[in-house]
Design a protein around this ligand. Structure first.
Ligand code: CTP
Length: 407
């Protein structure tokens, strides 16, 4: 991807236009040249002065301005990427029908680069069959239409229709320019820590943040995969453009994973799944005993989801790749790596990502140091301390290399 891109930022007439100033800021701070093309209606919400000051470029909404420079053709042709945010129901309708009645729709017709729409509107408008058809048409032509967020809208109402977070829109839009080497793959990723309840309020859990699983989901999405993220408890915001399945316990996760496993090309178990759960989950809150005695809690083993996936790998999908993670500490029985090698054999997965855990290591941090093992001992790859995003990309590179060898 070029370092500095020519990006057209189309703004249509919705109140969420005010959030787009921040998108513009993120793009220019990343070094990109941004040409804002507002619709006339959007100027009721945010005026040209804001866009000109923040982009450093002159701003027009009409095809009749600066005609000698033929802007209605030149801007679209010169763009590396077009982002429309917010994309209103009206703008989506005009784009889908091929209208060319203002500068932004002319740009959409002349651009040959990727086009990303970030819709924002009231729920009824988003769910209206007319809008659904327009979105389907745009997607069928190769545009990326991001699903809007679900939450508080302009008035008292809330529901699907909210503009996704600016950071997410930028990440999804720039991701479109990544090499699409996972295109056509169905990838299931688990993330976060499961919770095993003792009673309605107390649980046994762990400190997994879900950061590595989320980084895997974002990078796979950016590389073109269809991603399902099965999420236990996490402390990070979840990405758009991937299907999210929320779960709480290990049993919930097992059900969700098995539901998605049949069609998956790759399954990555990045979640920290509890190994034990209380044998009995009390229906009411456990009270302190009057005599000061301390309860004993009897535990039982949970199902090992990873091992289960390997055993029941669908015969109709023998090329499915199953990736495990191993959180390890070295001890008198072996080093972190030795425990990892033993775990790869025991679990039978195709790829195991080993990381050492301990205070300030792995859990909750932004960086990590891992070793990626496959069943071929010669392919062992150690990645020194780096971001979880870089690790995620290295894991996908290994997955792609294993897939190409098995063909
Ligand atoms: N895992 C799983 N189901 C479980 C426990 C773990 O699918 N009930 C998966 C994790 O998602 C991870 C891998 O197994 O991909 C290894 O998890 P880890 O906790 O390191 O290993 P354990 O199997 O729990 O073995 P041990 O605790 O003995 O090291």
């Amino acid at each position: 991807m070029k370092k500095s891109l020519n990006i057209v930022l189309g703004v249509s007439g919705g109140i969420a236009a005010y959030k787009v100033a921040y998108i513009l800021r993120l793009l220019t701070e990343a070094g990109h040249n941004v040409q804002v093309v507002p619709t006339q209606a959007s100027l009721n919400f945010v005026g040209s002065a804001t866009w000109e000051a923040l982009s450093g470029n002159p701003v027009n909404a009409q095809v009749w301005d600066d005609v000698a420079e033929v802007p209605h053709v030149r801007i679209g042709q010169a763009a590396d990427l077009v982002i429309v945010a917010p994309a209103t129901a009206d703008l989506l309708s005009r784009a889908a029908s091929g209208a060319a009645n203002d500068l932004l729709t002319n740009v959409l017709l002349t651009a040959t680069c990727p086009i990303v729409f970030a819709p924002a509107m009231h729920t009824e408008m988003w769910l209206n069959p007319a809008t659904k058809e327009n979105v389907a048409t745009l997607r069928s032509r190769g545009c990326l239409v991001i699903d809007p967020g679900d939450g508080r809208l302009t008035g008292d109402d809330s529901g699907p229709g909210r503009l996704p977070d600016p950071e997410e829109i930028v990440s999804v839009a720039l991701g479109v320019l990544s090499e699409q080497d996972l295109l056509g793959q169905d990838i299931v990723i688990t993330a976060g820590g499961t919770r095993e309840f003792l009673d309605p309020v107390r649980f046994l859990g762990n400190s997994s943040s879900g950061k590595q699983g989320v980084a895997l989901a974002i990078s796979a999405r950016n590389r073109g995969a269809k991603v399902t993220l099965i999420c236990a408890s996490t402390s990070v915001s979840l990405p758009v453009g991937v299907e999210i399945v929320n779960v709480i316990t290990g049993d919930d996760m097992l059900t969700a994973v098995l539901n998605c496993a049949t069609n998956a090309d790759v399954i990555v178990m990045a979640a920290a799944v509890a190994d034990y759960k209380p044998k009995v989950r009390q229906a009411t809150k456990m009270k302190k005993s009057v005599d000061g005695s301390v309860p004993s809690i009897e535990l039982e083993r949970t199902v090992d989801i990873l091992a289960n996936l390997v055993i029941h790998r669908d015969a109709s999908h023998p090329d499915q790749l199953i990736v495990g993670f191993a959180a390890e500490t070295g001890d008198d029985k072996g080093s972190v790596l030795e425990h990892g090698i033993e775990k790869l054999q025991r679990k039978g997965c195709d790829l195991l990502v080993i990381n050492e855990v301990g205070p300030n290591l792995a859990f909750g941090t932004d960086d990590n140091e891992v070793t990626i093992l496959t069943r071929d001992p010669a392919s062992q790859l150690t990645i020194p301390k780096t971001s979880k995003t870089t690790i995620a990309h290295a894991i996908w590179d290994t997955v792609i290399s294993l897939q190409s060898h098995s063909k």
